[in-house]
Ligand binder design. Structure first.
Ligand code: KG4
Ligand code: ZN
Length: 357
């Protein structure tokens, strides 16, 4: 069976369009284009929703044209159109969703609204060494840090999450207080290469259970950010020069440690032998190396999304659509809108005849 999907992603500050094909048992990314607005949002220290929507609107016609042309196909070869429906910035999501639904109407194609986190999950299937369910998914991005148990037939159960900042958000906030550019993840990774990850000890952010003890599989990153801030303030009083690389490396190290420890603990406690890492933070080399080493020592296999598909892109949305089509899910209603928030475990409802939003 061969299927080809044209897919759009506009949930945050990247406008992305891709053409993805499922052929001979494999996913093939025929084109995947991304117009990042990071530089523009950078001057504001974070994403400005109104600017994001406007830039999506300006960029999307050009990206569409270029992505279809680069795929070497024309619309007659496309079997379905997909777009991120939720979660994300409402105005930003609308641009991709309306564009996709208009194309679907115009060319008489099925439309699939995709849950952004299901898109991140699907990015792991673009790897040369794709996972096979069941597995434990660690999704660490700018908006989410979640541990999700994925069953053999791709059903989801969230078993751990961050009670405050997402891991990527912590990278962004710490980068900002160190005077590094947005997005913070790549900037911290770069400067950490020349730093000593053992120089400073930052807290691992445990989440207390009101009934006693801690939630063993949950995360908290806001205390860590505050602790880095205190350290920088104290050092400023004592030293002329702040050891940025050592602070960045120590921060990166503790985030990686927490993500590795808690996911492996769940995998071992619940006898899951396969772990999958996706989302922007999964691009981090320190995290990847630590996870490989620790998982190996515990006989857990690890799969990663390819680095280039960890951060937001449309190929992952197309792959999620192809996984849906392959499993016999019917397309979404053309009336499916967008929603800023929606739990992943309800993703099946995006394909109901009467849409949830
Ligand atoms: O998945 P993503 O592109 O967008 C969301 O869905 O949120 O993730 C973006 C986040 C940002 O917070 C960014 O700082 C972080 O992923 N990130 C990284 C790296 N590359 C991106 N964090 C750590 N190391 C990286 N190499
Ligand atoms: Zn994302």
């Amino acid at each position: 069976m061969m299927h080809t999907v044209l897919s759009l992603e506009t949930s945050c500050d990247e406008t992305a369009v891709a053409v993805v094909q499922f052929k001979d048992g494999n996913f093939h990314v025929l084109s995947s284009l991304i117009a990042s607005q990071a530089d523009e949002h950078s001057q504001w220290g974070g994403v400005v929703p109104e600017i994001a929507s406007r830039r999506h609107l300006e960029n999307i016609p050009f990206l569409l044209e270029a992505a279809v042309e680069k795929s070497g196909l024309d619309y007659s070869a496309i079997n379905a159109v997909a777009a991120t429906a939720t979660p994300g910035l409402t105005g930003a999501l609308i641009v991709g969703s309306v564009t996709a639904r208009t194309l679907a109407c115009l060319y008489g194609l099925p439309f699939l609204g995709i849950h952004h986190l299901e898109g991140h999950l699907a990015s792991a299937f673009l790897s040369a060494n794709p996972p096979s369910p069941p597995f434990l998914l660690l999704l660490a991005s700018g908006g989410h840090t979640e541990l999700i148990k994925v069953s053999q037939d791709l059903e989801y159960k969230r078993v751990g999450f961050s009670h405050d900042d997402a891991a990527g958000e912590a990278f962004d906030k710490v980068a900002r207080l160190l005077g590094l550019p947005y997005p913070g993840g790549p900037a911290i990774e770069e400067i950490s290469k020349s730093g000593d990850p053992k120089r400073f000890v930052f807290p691992k952010g445990k989440v207390s259970n009101p009934l006693g003890g801690f939630y063993p599989y949950d995360f908290s990153f806001s205390g860590l950010k505050t602790s880095v801030l205190r350290k920088v303030e104290n050092l400023r009083l004592m030293e002329d020069e702040i050891p940025l690389a050592d602070i960045a490396a120590s921060f990166e190290h503790v985030v990686a440690e927490v993500l590795v420890e808690r996911s492996l603990k769940y995998a071992l406690d619940y006898d899951i032998s396969s772990l999958v890492l996706v989302g922007g933070v999964a691009a981090n080399s320190c995290l990847r190396a630590m996870m490989i080493k620790e998982a190996r020592s515990k006989s857990v296999t690890v799969h990663f999304a390819p680095k280039s598909f960890c951060t937001d892109n449309a190929a992952m949305i197309g792959t999620a659509a192809l996984l849906r089509l392959r499993s016999g899910t019917s397309p979404s209603s053309i009336g499916l809108g967008v929603s800023a928030r929606y739990n992943l475990d309800k993703a099946d409802f995006l394909y109901d005849a009467v849409p949830p939003f």
